[in-house]
Design a protein around this ligand. Sequence first.
Ligand code: SF4
Length: 167
Amino acid sequence: MLSLAGLSEAPKAVLVGGPSGGFLPPGELDAPIEPASLAERGAVWGSGTVVVADARTCIVDMASLMTRYLNDEACGKTIPCRIGLRRLAEIAERFTDGRPRPTDAQLVDDLASDTRDGALCALESTATNPLLSGMRYFMPEFEDHIIRGHCPAGVCQPLRVAAGATR
Ligand code: SF4
């Protein structure tokens, strides 16, 4: 269990496990922080780091950033990883840029499972976590970007910024 007691404001999400970890909503933090339980919830212990995101954080933007980083880090030896992760990073960028295609959400699911299945190493077997966990727990925020063309946190600048956004 991960205690977030003492924070000055309620967290929106916690990225557990570093760049290839998963975004968990606060309600998921009561479960044990151990490998099997984390894997069930779409995260890993990974680097052991925990990043707490507040309401000003755009989960779509953060998931896109992590996916781009992991794509940059991949060595390129394995074709499903080389192609799949690059395509996932491009799709995530389309979400934040306000250029989604109608099939993109489904494509993320299909590509992520192919990419994971073809993985040769730990990087790739976990690299789809940020995007998949983001879509699993924060789908309304993804739908805001994909369907309604706005970023509720006001982070993704090419999109229309929601009224009252803090940035
Ligand atoms: S799965 Fe691992 S070994 Fe294969 S390309 Fe990706 S990073 Fe390299």
